[in-house]
Design a protein around this ligand. Structure first.
Ligand code: MRU
Length: 323
């Protein structure tokens, strides 16, 4: 059965609570923009395109209740800072006259984009490739199908010999909990590793290609994605492996000239000092928890979006793509 991260019910938005996966599949009902914003902040729903879709539906909920839409916009925009899809979706919602229809359009367009990304990306994947991916850029992170994991899905439909290497993605474990779960659900052969094993596997010739998603792509192709992505891109270059980013054009932000303009979310220290109530670090320790990093365009072999593939992305090529 298809994985449904969001279910629109007219008077409410039901979100598959990703905090509880893979152990439980429970939907959380949101009735207002404030509730949706809280769900985004709490990681009930996460992944750049899924956050954008959720915010659009949150806006539509308040519109339906004739609540103040400036307040709805402000609270949703304040939920998480890095994924540009959130702001892109809210701007579309603000400009629309029929808010429910516009939210549904954003949702269905995202699904269509993912399927196109899958087709364009699959053309880049060698037969039988061992594909390393990071974080979760699958159905759970979008309206369905996924971006980087969508490329895996589309490729697997025609080539059953590919395999996935999922990095666990410390500290929030989106790889271990979510990407691994999606692969198990669909019978896609997947091996889970801890993040610090990536270089070793590459050096042993056990990886053919790396593909990841994006939270925000700057005008010059610099790409913000889950913390640790930059490390993988450096490793891929060291081992002469192709490193691809897969993302819809709603993840591009021409207003950010380069990666230094992208705001990186800093998340709570507890995500680093422990997990789900277990604590392994001493009280009083100082912690950093940036949730994203920026991979410079020069380390990216290509960006796959619904319009096609930009090889060796730079300012000119990104501009041409978005024109
Ligand atoms: O903190 P998260 O889980 O929202 O981070 C998600 C990612 O970094 C994904 O790779 C990105 O949003 C692309 S999802 C298609």
């Amino acid at each position: 059965m298809a994985i449904e991260p969001l279910r629109w019910k007219g008077d409410r938005l039901e979100l598959l609570d990703q905090r509880l996966l893979p152990e439980q599949t429970v939907y959380l009902a949101c009735h207002t923009a404030v509730e949706v914003a809280q769900a985004i902040r709490d990681m009930v729903v996460r992944g750049a395109p899924a956050i954008g879709c959720a915010a659009a539906f949150g806006f539509a909920l308040d519109s339906r209740k004739r609540l103040n839409l400036q307040t709805a916009y402000a609270c949703l925009a304040a939920s998480r800072p890095t994924a540009v899809n959130l702001f892109w979706a809210l701007q579309r919602m603000r400009a629309a006259s029929d808010h429910e229809q516009e939210a549904l359009r954003i949702y269905t367009e995202d699904l269509a984009c993912n399927r196109q990304i899958g087709l364009h990306g699959a053309a880049l994947i060698p037969v039988g490739a061992r594909i390393m991916t990071y974080c979760n850029s699958g159905a759970l992170a979008t309206s369905g199908h996924g971006t980087a994991l969508g490329v895996v899905r589309t490729t697997f439909a025609k080539d059953r010999s590919i395999t996935v290497i999922a990095c666990e993605t410390r500290p929030y474990l989106q790889g271990a909990r979510l990407t691994a779960w999606e692969c198990v659900q669909e019978g896609i052969p997947c091996t889970l590793i801890t993040d610090n094993m990536a270089g070793h596997l590459m050096s042993k010739g056990e990886v053919d290609v790396v593909i990841v998603g994006a939270d925000r792509i700057a005008a010059n192709g610099d790409t913000a994605n889950k913390i640790g992505t930059y490390m993988l891109a450096v490793l891929a270059r060291r081992h002469r492996l192709p490193f691809y980013v897969a993302a819809p054009t709603s993840s591009f932000d021409p207003a950010s000239a380069d990666g230094s303009a992208i705001q990186i979310e800093e998340r709570p220290a507890q995500e680093v000092t422990g997990y789900r109530g277990a604590r392994w670090a001493p009280e009083g320790i100082s912690v950093r928890n940036p949730a994203f990093d920026v991979t410079p365009a020069e380390l990216i072999s290509g960006i796959v979006c619904e319009k096609g593939v930009v090889l060796a992305p730079d300012r000119e090529r990104v501009r041409a793509l978005l024109a």
